[in-house]
Structure formats: structure tokens, C-alpha cells
Design a protein around this ligand. Sequence first.
Ligand code: GBH
Length: 475
Amino acid sequence: PENQPAGPDRRFPTGFLWGAATAAYQVEGAAAEDGRGPSIWDTFCRTPGKVRNGDNGDTAVDHYHRYRDDVALMAELGLGAYRFSVSWPRVQPTGRGPAVPAGLDFYQRLTDELLAHGITPVATLYHWDLPQALQDAGGWPERDTAERFGEYAALVAEALGDRVPIWTTLNEPWCSAFLGYGSGVHAPGHTDPVAALRAAHHLNLAHGRAVSALRAALPATAQVSITHNLHEVRPLTDSAGDADAVRRIDALSNRVFTGPLFDGAYPQDLLSDTAALTDWAFVQDGDLACVSAPIDFLGVNYYVPTVVSSGLTGERGADGHLPSDHSPWPGSDHVAFHRPPGEQTAMGWVVDPSGLHDLLRRVHRDRPGLPLMITENGAAFDDYVTPEGAVHDPERIRYLHGHLDAVHRAIEDGVDVRGYFQWSLLDNFEWAYGYGKRFGMVYVDYLTQRRVPKASARWYSEVARTGVLPAVDQG
Ligand code: GBH
């Protein structure tokens, strides 16, 4: 705090949504209950060597059974909104056919509980838990998966449309396509650059199909969106080669999604950069018109900037992959990734709020008038409960303060940011890292499932309640 200038308090716009986020597979548990079918993450967790410590989401933090207590805790913390995801294999165990009533019933009860506590439900239709049966039929590289997703979206909209005001189709399709089918560090663990590009297109198409289904079923007041983990890509130096590396990675992480979504076209440079891999013949007539149907806001998840240069350096990239490993960046083997200096989280991700500020300004510049929502931002640190029963996490308070300050500065610059969701409400199953990384504002003792709000939760609660970010972080 002593190196922070004491500035004026920053007041957020009235109506700004203050929330927290989770995802079904990371928190629910109850993996075999009420007819839920297996997802690609159930399978991946059982594949030796894929998930740290052999962890899986069978029990997770038991949110499926403890949702009432968890909602009460959210209310106690003064949260205005809760972003959760709907598990596709709970609704359709094989990804096809009629909905399982018990599966939908859980989300109806959860939603009713939120509304009863004055908390706005924000539903994401897909946060990475593809029904295994659809993967067996080819998964996201196959077009049929997008059609199935449209039908699933219709079933969920029919069940929850009267009570969920804010909807997101997909969470971070970049991860689904490029980590799931390119680098293989996420389920289903494939390492095929062409499959990754096909998956990206079919995820775009799935979004479009879901938007049509949602618009057909929801009241006109409902807001429909998609969440992307947009990358803030920065050059290592100001060389022309590094600028070209930025262009390539920007195409493969951002414009591969925002092009079809907002311009109804894949960027020309992306098509030529990947021409040696594919001619993109899987993009059919009419697809892009469907993908580019208007949305009401864009969800942005931000954790860390991406620093790139041209040329193989032989060093481990900031995304953790060696040049010899499978890359999540098809056709960009000669781009090197760098870990910038500075404070890091337990994930090894540098703490850099300027990345969020720059990213928001850039989206605003490219898409003026587009409302934005920060649908995820947060950090893992090595949290533990003291003998007195408290969790002191000043690093997280500093992290949140810095990033909320960045959001506020972007709003002052004219960017239309409507809300902020901390990742995550609870410590949970952190994908390939298992339970080893704690992102929660609430600590979870995985043996007893006891919840302990961290000091940062109390801090965030005050910000959410007042709508004011204090000048110093008070961590
Ligand atoms: C989100 O994904 C997910 O939506 C959520 O489920 C997850 O729990 C949460 O974040 C925390 O991981 O190579 O060092 O530059 C985050 C996706 C992709 C963000 C890789 C960071 C690059 C880090 N991540 N990315 S680095």
C-alpha cells in the first residue's frame, strides 16, 4: 500500500453487476446422479497423466447438494449476480434426445433460490463438459455437434427462459478448440491442428445455432451473449518480426472468433496463415450469417497478457509449452512465447492489470458501442486456513484492486462495461491442475466441504455493496 498513491475513490456506474462465477464440472460433483451422462472431462480425468494427482470432478465442491447454502453465502456477501454453467450431460446424457427432467430441475431450483435472494442468475450453456457420446461421434471437429448444441440450447431455454435474464452460449471456445484438440492439455486431449481449426468453426456455428434457439424461446428482454478469453497480445520488442508474431497470435486467439461473430467473415490473414493446413472447406454457405446474428453484449474473461516474438528461442513459452510440444497455435511454430517479469500467481501467470485496461480499450475501439461484461477475472494463490480459522489473502485483494481499477479506468475512457464476475465463487476443480489451485473468494476444505470466506471475499463484498473501489487496496 505505501507505494500506492492515495487517489480518489472510484465509483462504478449504477446498475453495474457485481458477481462471481463458477462452472458445472468444476463445482457440482454428483457426477452419477439424476441421470447425468459422462462428459469428456470425466473421461479425461480417468486418462492417466492428464490431470494432476489423478483428481476428478466426481464430488468437486458438492455444489449440486449444497447450492442452498452457497446461495445464502452469496447473499451474505452482497453479490448481485451469479454466473453458473449448465451441464449438457445432465440435460441430455448422450447429447441427443429429450431432456432429463431431473437435470433441468436442478437449474430451476438453483435459479429460484438465487431470485429469492435478489441475485441475478447468469447462465452459460457450455463450459467445456461435452457429452462423451458426442465426442465418440467426433466431437467439435464434426459439424453435427453444433447442430446438437442448438437443440440442447432450445431445451434449456424452454426450461429456464422465464427466470434467467442473462445468457451466455459458450465459455472460452478458444480453450475448447485449441487446448482440447490442438495442445491436448484439456479434454478430449487430441493434438491435431486441423481438428482444432475445424472445432473452432463448429464452436462458432454452435454459438450461432444457440443464439437462434435462445431468441426463439426467450422473452425480448433477455440478454444473449458469448464469453471469449480474448488475448491481449503484446510484442517482445518493436521489431517487424515481433509485430507479425502479434498479428498471427491475435488472429488465432481473437479474430478467429470476433471475425465471424461481428463481421460475418474469417480474417483473410488467418486463412492464409493456415492455408498449408486446411482450405477451410468445412465453412458452409449460410454458416457465417448464422454466427454473426446480433448479440446483446460480449463477455470477456481476462487473466494475463500474452507476450510473443518471432523465431524459436528454445525456451519454455509463457503458455508452458516447449517448441517441441504440441502447440495450441496451428501454423505458428515460429512464434515464441515469453513470461514477462513481475509478480506471479500460483498459476505462474504474471499479475498485470494494464493488460485488462488495454484489452477493453481495444475491443471498444474495434467495436464501438458494444456493451462488455467481465465474465471472469481472478487469481489462484497458496491459500490456507490459520489456526484461528481465517484465510488471509492480501495478494488476491491486491490483484482484485488492480484489475477493478483497470476496469474503472476503461469505463472513464468511455468503454461500456456492465459488470464484473470474480473467478471464482469457491475454490474448485481447476481442470488439468486438479484441486491444487485455489481461485475461490471462498476457501473450501475438500475433506469436510466447509466453506471459509477469504479476507478478499469480505473486501470484495464491501466493493459490491457500495459500488465504490477504495483508493488503496487495504490488503
Ligand atoms: C478460465 O480459463 C476458465 O473459464 C475457468 O474455468 C478456469 O477455472 C479459469 O480460467 C482459471 O484457469 O500461457 O501463462 O500466458 C482460463 C484460460 C488459458 C487463461 C491460458 C490463461 C494463458 C496463460 N487460460 N491462458 S499463459
